[in-house]
Design a protein around this ligand. Structure first.
Ligand SMILES: C[S@@+](CC[C@H](N)C(=O)[O-])C[C@H]1O[C@@H](n2cnc3c(N)ncnc32)[C@H](O)[C@@H]1O
Length: 203
């Protein structure tokens, strides 16, 4: 009974959330596109970026958002799970923590202006495990930046605030001129999710 009630509460919160309603009316694949829209409204990351990499792209609303709203972009996307095709997006079914899959990205795009990562590793609820997973993702994302992000390029990366947040931010600051932390309105306030917006890649 208690379980039924909490499921009902979740459903109510979910359906009354204005961002869920918008994504349903806009027929995007998920509400996640609002986050990219907000990040772009504030930091104008998309207009001047031609070669864009979308890490952890499925179900595909970030790629869809770019494909629908911007012309002449060269977009490569990768995810562990399959993603239904999107116009002008080259999709790789792979794991960014695996070198062989990172090489597949480089074969398709060897210079990027912008790297996006909306990757969320499976959240276990065990703080140390979850933070370690995010650190592993951060290392892989930085390897990818090293391989293909242009000098002065931009990285936008999702992170969950926890014990490794400060050290991860410091690590990013060594590779980028400017690292700011942004929480879009469309990101639930109850969630620890934030985005690092990193400008001026130094290599
Ligand atoms: C929040 S979803 C991304 C939503 C996406 N931005 C959108 O707009 O539809 C996070 C994705 O990260 C992917 N992911 C998690 N770990 C990954 C890894 N090591 N390599 C590639 N993708 C990964 C998951 O499979 C999941 O689809």
């Amino acid at each position: 009974m208690a379980k039924k009630k909490s499921t009902k509460n979740w459903l109510h919160r979910h359906s009354s959330d204005r961002y869920v309603k918008l994504s349903q009316s806009g027929d995007y694949r998920s509400r996640a596109f609002h986050k990219l829209h907000e990040i772009n409204e504030k930091y104008k990351i998309l207009k001047s970026s031609k070669n864009i990499l979308d890490l952890g792209s499925a179900p595909g609303s970030w790629s869809e958002y770019i494909s629908r709203n911007f012309d002449n972009k060269n977009l490569v996307a990768i995810d562990l799970i399959e993603m239904k095709s999107i116009r002008n997006v080259y999709f790789i079914n792979g794991d960014i923590n695996k070198k062989a899959d990172r090489e597949k990205i480089i074969n398709k795009m060897n210079r990027a202006d912008l790297v996006l990562s909306d990757i969320a590793p499976n959240i276990t609820g065990i703080e140390d495990v979850d933070q370690a997973n995010f650190e592993e993702i951060l290392e892989s994302v930085l390897d990818i930046c090293f391989d293909l992000l242009k000098i002065n390029g931009v990285l936008v990366m999702k992170f969950f605030i926890g014990s490794s947040y400060d050290s991860s931010r410091e690590k990013l600051k060594k590779s980028f001129d400017k690292v700011v932390v942004y929480k879009p309105e469309s990101s639930r306030s109850s969630s620890n999710e934030i985005f690092f917006v990193c400008n001026g890649y130094k290599d």
